[in-house]
Write a protein that binds this ligand. Sequence first.
Ligand code: TRP
Length: 452
Amino acid sequence: MPAKRKSIHGEWSSRLAFILAATGSAVGLGNIWRFPYVAGENGGGAFVLVYLLCVASVGIPVMMAEVMLGRRGRQSPVNTMYTLAEDERSSTHWQYLGVMGMVAGFLILSFYSVVAGWTMAYVFRVASGVFDGATAEQVSGAFTVFVSDPERLLGWHTIFMVMTIIVVSRGVKSGLEQAVRFLMPTLFVLLVAMVGYAMSTGHFSEALAYLFRPDFSRLTGDSILAALGQAFFSLSLGMGAIMIYGSYLSHTASIPRTAVIIAAMDTSVALLAGLAIFPIVFAHGLEPELGSGMVFKVLPIAFGQMPGGTLFGTLFFLLLVFAAWTSAISLLEPMVTWLVENRGMNRVMAAAWSGLAAWSLGVVSLLSLNVWSGYTLFGKSFIELVEFIATNVMLPLGGLLMAVFAAWVMSRESSQDELHLSGSTYRTWRVLARYVAPVAVAVILLTAIGIL
Ligand code: TRP
């Protein structure tokens, strides 16, 4: 067995630091912006049920696999896969799994930064009090006007990308821990307060029924794929973000416990976001199919009506910006570590160049919302297409291959040694990672493209 490796990029100060960083990566726009709108587009309850099943039976075992691979390889995802494949005397082509992950991260970061820019703009819009007493139509209309202004979107997209580059170029470990430790709990408390508000003023029971009473007639191959993709996106799985964070994790920490904690926190934030938003949707007679502008069309209505709503809403969007920031950092990190290791760049240059590349693609996405909105492929605009391919195809495929590598290619000794597991817990993980996760992902992907 190879001697324990060390990462040239450093190590977390503790297991808690890793949990905080990984939670910072997982909790972001995926939970608060994406989960409610994708749930609304896919009919609610049945989608939510499939999403929860995916988190438990695919997400957690894949997260364990991904953290384990990262900690054993201790390099950028590309080099980790290369080294681990060599260790196991398997084909070094496994490095292309790392390459696909970098590409997926790059694609996701490009549109993620655009949406994070919307969030930044909304900090100031809510603070200015423009939504005070606004009707649902006025709030929706304001969003439509906002996204049709490319210059404004460009400004915010640029600011957000620069913020991301700055943190990554300093090394993700300094500062991230402190930020997540205080900001995440605050965001959680604000969300709970929002749910309380929605409970007392909105159509809460209608929202509960919508989200948790499955209507299986709404379940299609596409909505199942959307639920799977959402599980991967929300947990930051399948592209190497969690792998690179795992590579900074100390050898003594327990991976299974850590994975369960992270998944539980991430999933509760998504469900709380749903419970905060849908009661307001129904109370104002809106349709659940509000599309990717949903949070921005719904929450400001409540902020404009509740006492202290301006302050509360400003703080809410501000914390959402932080949550998006700690996620975006993890999207850039795999690329940056690879450039440092293989291209001999220093961290600052690596972060600047890869951030600039993602920014450029983001500009195309941003223009596809307005000036180029006439150009579509398969009925999707450019930004929707990038989101779809990266989230619903590349992440699940990446996760499938990670599970296959961890549970089929790696020897039992290697995985047992790295997971510090034995007995029935180890066997459960191995069955999930060997059979359940790969088969579920393969069946869902093949069904969606019409082969099964
Ligand atoms: N999980 C984050 C969110 O929900 C986004 C994210 C960060 C991500 N890193 C990732 C998604 C890696 C997929 C893969 O907002």
